[in-house]
Design a protein around this ligand. Structure first.
Ligand SMILES: *Cc1c(COP(=O)(O)O)cnc(C)c1O
Length: 396
C-alpha cells in the first residue's frame, strides 16, 4: 500500500486543476498584454481568475496580486509594511516564533536594516493570543505578521481577534495563510486582514504560483522592477496556466470544504488517538484549534530521519517537520519554539492528510508506525539508558 501523508509540504495537482491549465499552454497561449485576440482571450481568463479568487477571499479583484507562491507573497507583504513604516519612522514589527522561514528570514534581514522585531512566544499553548499581540504593540509598530495556521504542528491562530487588535491600533496586519486557504473558512474583511499570502500547491493547484492580497489603501512595495503587469507592482509575464489551475483548485476546495473537513478531521482524530497509545510520545500543536489534516508527534528515544526512511520503505510518505533537509543537525525551530527539548524534537513525525486519504490508509499507518518506533527504540542507546533508569524520561 502506498500512502501519501505529506500534504503540508505539497499536494497532488487535482484533475480539475490540471484540466483547467492545459488549454492555456497550447490554445489560449497569448500574452495577456498583447492587443490581438489570443492575447485578449488570455487577458479575459486572467481577470476572470482574479475575480473568482477575490470572491473566495471576500475582497475586490484589484486587491489581488499574482505572485510565484507563498514565499514571494510573504516577502512582498513584509517589505510593503516595512517601507510604509520606515517613511513614518516606525521600525518595529511583531511576529511569532513559529512562522515559516519565508517570514522569519525576511524579518532577520530587516533587523540588519535597522528594524526591531518582537517574536511572540508559543511555548505554553502552542499558539498565541490576541492579548499577547496587544501587549507587544508599541507607538512605532508598523506591522503585525502572524500565520493563519502552522505548517508543522497545525495550530490555528485566533486571526480575527488579532486582526481586531491591529485594526484598533491602526497597525497593518499580514497573515501567512498558506496552510489555511482552501482548508478553513477565510474572509479577509470579516477577519480584519490587511494582507494575506496564499500558495496554489497547498490546495491541489500547481507549484510556483500564489497570491498576495493587499487591502486597498496600502501601497504595495515592488520586490522586482519591470513591465506593467499586476498594476506595475509585480512585473513579469503572467503564469496564466498556473493561475488558471490555482483558481480552479480553489473553486474546488471552497465548494467541497465542509465535506472534506468532516472526512479529513475524522481521519486525523483516529490517527491521533491511535498514535497516542505508543508509550512515551507527545502530541505537538494546539489539540483543539488545529488544521483538519495535521498530525504531529514527538517520540522519545528515536531519530525522526530514521523513522521517515523506514516508513518510506513501508510505503508511507511523511515528514519529520525538522530542518534536516539542509543537512543541519538542528531540530525544527517550531518544535524548539513550543519548548520541546532537543532530545525529543529530533524524534518528530508529521503526517499531513488530505481528502484523498482513506480509512484503510489510516489503518495501515496505525499498523506500521508503532512497529517501526519499537524497532528503532530497540536499537537506540538513548532508549536503553532510559529503560535502565540511567536517564530520565522527558515525556509522560
Ligand atoms: C509552503 C509554505 C510557504 C511557502 O510557499 P511556497 O509557495 O512553497 O513558496 C509559506 N508559508 C507556509 C506556512 C507554508 O506552508
Amino acid at each position: 500500500m502506498h500512502v501519501y501523508a505529506d500534504n503540508a509540504a505539497t499536494t497532488r495537482v487535482s484533475k480539475t486543476a490540471l484540466d483547467a491549465m492545459l488549454p492555456y499552454f497550447t490554445e489560449i497561449y497569448g500574452n495577456p498584454s498583447s492587443l490581438h485576440s489570443v492575447g485578449q482571450e488570455a487577458k479575459e481568463a486572467l481577470e476572470n481568475a482574479r475575480e473568482r479568487i477575490a470572491g473566495h477571499l471576500g475582497c475586490q479583484p484589484r486587491e489581488i496580486y499574482f505572485t510565484s507562491g507563498g514565499t514571494e507573497s510573504d516577502n512582498m507583504a513584509i517589505r510593503t509594511a516595512a517601507a510604509l513604516g520606515a517613511r513614518k519612522g516606525k521600525r518595529h514589527i511583531i511576529s511569532t516564533a513559529f512562522e515559516h522561514h519565508a517570514v522569519l528570514h525576511t524579518l532577520k534581514k530587516l533587523e540588519k536594516e535597522g528594524f526591531e522585531v518582537t517574536l511572540l512566544s508559543v511555548k505554553d499553548d502552542h499558539n498565541i493570543t490576541a492579548d499577547q499581540v496587544r501587549a507587544a504593540l508599541r507607538e512605532d509598530t508598523c506591522l503585525v505578521t502572524c500565520m493563519f495556521a502552522n505548517n508543522e504542528i497545525g495550530s490555528v491562530l485566533p486571526v480575527r481577534e488579532i486582526g481586531a487588535v491591529c485594526k484598533e491600533a491602526g497597525v497593518i496586519f499580514h497573515t501567512d495563510a498558506v496552510q489555511a486557504v482552501g482548508h478553513l473558512p477565510i474572509h479577509v474583511k470579516d477577519d480584519n486582514i490587511d494582507m494575506l499570502s496564499l500558495s496554489g500547491h497547498k490546495f491541489h493547484g500547481p507549484r510556483g504560483v500564489g497570491v498576495l492580497y493587499i487591502r486597498r489603501g496600502i501601497a504595495p512595495a515592488n520586490l522586482i522592477e519591470g513591465g506593467g503587469q499586476e498594476r506595475g507592482k509585480r512585473p513579469g509575464t503572467e503564469n496564466l496556466p498556473g493561475i488558471m489551475g490555482m483558481a480552479a483548485a480553489l473553486d474546488d476546495a471552497i465548494a467541497n470544504m465542509d465535506a472534506h473537513t468532516a472526512h479529513v478531521t475524522a481521519l486525523r482524530d483516529k490517527l491521533i488517538a491511535g498514535l497516542s497509545k505508543i508509550p512515551h510520545c507527545v502530541l505537538n500543536g494546539d489539540p483543539v484549534d488545529r488544521l483538519p489534516g495535521n498530525v504531529s508527534f514527538c517520540f522519545e528515544g528515536i531519530e525522526g530521519e530514521s523513522l521517515l526512511l523506514l516508513l518510506d520503505a513501508k510505503g508511507i510518505c511523511a515528514s519529520s517537520g525538522s530542518a534536516c533537509t539542509s543537512g543541519s543537525l538542528d531540530p525544527s525551530h517550531v518544535l524548539l519554539a513550543i519548548g520541546r527539548p532537543h532530545e525529543i524534537a529530533h524524534g518528530s513525525l508529521r503526517l499531513s492528510l488530505c481528502a484523498d486519504n482513506t480509512d484503510e490508509e489510516i489503518d495501515h499507518i496505525l499498523a506500521v508506525v508503532p512497529q517501526v518506533v519499537e524497532y528503532l527504540r530497540k536499537m537506540s542507546p538513548v532508549w536503553k539508558d532510559l529503560e535502565a533508569g540511567k536517564r530520565q524520561y522527558i515525556t509522560p
